[in-house]
Every structure is written in C-alpha cells, then in structure tokens.
Ligand binder design. Structure first.
Ligand SMILES: [Zn+2]
Length: 204
C-alpha cells in the first residue's frame, strides 16, 4: 500500500517536472526582446534556501487538503516544488523568457496532460496539478514580500503574452484560496460520483 503510494507520487511528480521543463523550452524559442534575458545559474541568482523549498512544499500541500487524502496532499507539495524544473534551462546560459511555468497556460496544459494520462478517471489529480501551480506562484509572491519586501513578476499568460504581471502584498492569499477552492470542489464532485457508482453497484 505504502509502496503503491510512493510509486504514485514519484511517477506523477516526474511527469509534472518533465512537463514543466518541456514547457520552459518554449521560452527559448522567442527572439531577443525586452522579455528575454540570460538569467544565469539559478543556484547563484535565485538564492535557493531551505525556506524557499519548505515553503513551496507546504503551500502545495495545503492545496491538496481538500482531497482528504495523504497521497494528494503529498503530491500537491511535490508538484509545487517540481514546478521549478523550469529553471533548469538557465544552467545553459541561453537567452530565454524566464519562469515560463509560472503561468496560467502551463497550469491548464499540465492539467490536460494528466487528464489524458488517467483517461479522465481522476479529476483530483488534474485539480491538484492546477492548484499546485497557483500555490507556487502564491508562495513566490509571499516570500518576495516577506523576505525582500518587494513585488514579484510572472509571465502569467506565457507563451501567448510575454508581458509580465506584477504581484505584491497579500495578492498571494487570493491566489492560494482559488487553488484550494478548485481542489475542494473537484474532490466533492469526485466523492459524489464515487458514492453514486457504489449505490448503483449495490442496487444491481
Ligand atoms: Zn518559482
């Protein structure tokens, strides 16, 4: 049972990270402009700290709470940290649009990919993936505000619009709440369907 859960979490986390990394490659396709830059080694420029990693995992886990399932709570935390796989391309010192996966189109695409992989059978997985992206953005805003007292920007509609959107202060709270609500609603629908199926089975 535990082995199954670990397998489930690892498999889906790897898929999430690969999609994030793949999506970030789109950021390298754009011609040089004010939206692209050579960011440099993320380990040097992004100040990766314990607070950063733990914060992302915690914010992501909160997203999974609505499922009332340890598997999905863990997955929320794990997705949230693996989203940063979109920084890996920066190790190559190429000019690109940074933080590509910190965007709504990525959240939609990764949810659709999970929908296809599980053939529509587990909407909770899609909702947690979508919510984890929101939680990641929420924590980045929170950390920038609390630790550095500054706003932070994301290419929120990349790759369609490269203009970044700026967030600050308590903006993170609204974004986090939207993520939590999406997972709660989908989980309720899922439970209803499951109960419905069970009732049908006992009737026949
Ligand atoms: Zn990030």
């Amino acid at each position: 049972m535990l082995k199954d859960s670990i397998k489930f979490i690892l498999k889906n986390s790897i898929i999430f990270a690969l999609v994030s990394f793949g999506f970030s490659m789109i950021g390298g396709l754009f011609p040089s402009s004010e939206h692209t830059s050579v960011i440099g080694n993320p380990l040097i420029v992004s100040s990766v700290t314990y607070e950063h990693v733990i914060g992302h995992i915690f914010w992501g886990a909160v997203i999974g709470l609505g499922t009332l399932s340890i598997r999905y709570i863990t997955l929320g935390g794990s997705f949230a940290i693996f989203l940063d796989a979109d920084h890996l391309l920066q190790f190559l010192d190429i000019e690109l649009v940074s933080r590509m996966s910190h965007s709504i189109p990525f959240a939609i695409i990764v949810s659709i990919i999970f929908f296809i992989i599980v053939r529509g059978k587990d909407l909770r997985l899609c909702a947690v993936a979508f919510g984890a992206v929101l939680s990641h953005i929420a924590f980045d805003i929170f950390l920038a505000d609390v630790a550095f007292m500054k706003a932070t920007k994301f290419p929120l509609f990349a790759p369609f619009v490269l203009e970044t959107v700026k967030f600050q202060g308590f903006d993170w709270l609204g974004i986090q709440i939207i993520g939590v609500v999406i997972v709660v609603v989908v989980s309720i629908l899922y439970k209803r369907k499951e109960v419905g199926l069970k009732n049908n089975l006992t009737k026949t």
